[in-house]
Design a protein around this ligand. Structure first.
Ligand SMILES: CC(C)(COP(=O)(O)OP(=O)(O)OC[C@H]1O[C@@H](n2cnc3c(N)ncnc32)[C@H](O)[C@@H]1OP(=O)(O)O)[C@@H](O)C(=O)NCCC(=O)NCCS
Length: 168
C-alpha cells in the first residue's frame, strides 16, 4: 500500500476515536476520556506552523486506487535535556499493521522535520516494552541514545527508549 501524509482536519475526529481504543493505547497510558480526546483533536487542528510542528493522518492508497485513513503521525517542538528538539509519535490502525506503514510514515516525518532547518534532532520515545515501535525507530534510521524516564500523557510515567534522527 502506498502512503502519504495529509494535514489533520476536522473530519479526523473519527480516526482519533479509533486510535484511542485499548489495544492502540496499551503503551500510552490507556484510552483517554472524551474531554481529553476533544482537547487533543483541537490541539492537532491548531498545529499549523510547520517550523513548530504539524500533525497528519496517514492516507493509504490500495491497489484499486481507493484511499483510506490508516493511522496518524506528527512532529512537534519540545525541550529535551536543555535543547529544543522535535518529537514524533505514530499510530497505525490494527487492520493495517504489519505491512511497514508506520516505518514508511516515520521516514516521511523525518523528511518533513528536516525540511524545516529548525532543530538538529527528531526524537521518539517508545516504551521499553513496545517492540514494534522500537523496531520502527531502528528501521527508519533513528539512533538509540538509551533508556530514559518519560511521561505520556502528562502525569503517566513510562520507562522509554530515547531514539533520535539527525536532521543536520
Ligand atoms: C506500533 C505501530 C505503530 C506499528 O505499526 P505498523 O505499521 O504495524 O509497523 P510496521 O509494519 O512498520 O512494523 C515495524 C516493525 O515492527 C515489527 N513488529 C510489529 N509488531 C511487533 C510485535 N508485536 N513484536 C515485535 N515486533 C513487531 C514488525 O515486524 C516490523 O519489523 P520487521 O519489518 O523487521 O518485521 C502500531 O502497532 C500501533 O499503532 N500501535 C499502537 C500505538 C503505539 O504504540 N504507537 C507507538 C507509540 S511510541
Amino acid at each position: 500500500m502506498e502512503i502519504r501524509l495529509e494535514h489533520w482536519s476536522d473530519d479526523d475526529s473519527a480516526l482519533l476515536l479509533r486510535t484511542n481504543a485499548p489495544a492502540m493505547t496499551e503503551h500510552l497510558g490507556g484510552p483517554e476520556s472524551p474531554a481529553k480526546l476533544a482537547d487533543r483533536h483541537a490541539k492537532y487542528l491548531a498545529m499549523t506552523d510547520p517550523a513548530e510542528g504539524l500533525f497528519f493522518r496517514i492516507v493509504g492508497t490500495g491497489p484499486d486506487g481507493a484511499e483510506v485513513s490508516v493511522g496518524s503521525i506528527g512532529y512537534w517542538s519540545r525541550d529535551w535535556q536543555g535543547e529544543r528538539v522535535y518529537e514524533s509519535g505514530w499510530k497505525v490502525l490494527p487492520e493495517y499493521q504489519g505491512h511497514g506503514i508506520a516505518t514508511a510514515a516515520a521516514r516521511l516525518i523525518i523528511g518533513r522535520a528536516r525540511d524545516q532547518h529548525r532543530h538538529a534532532t527528531l526524537h521518539a520515545y517508545p516504551s521499553l516494552d513496545n517492540p514494534a515501535s522500537n523496531a520502527i525507530c531502528r528501521k527508519a534510521g533513528f539512533t538509540l541514545a538509551g533508556p530514559c524516564d518519560f511521561e505520556f500523557p502528562p502525569g503517566n510515567p513510562l520507562r522509554c527508549n530515547d531514539w533520535y534522527a539527525d536532521l543536520t
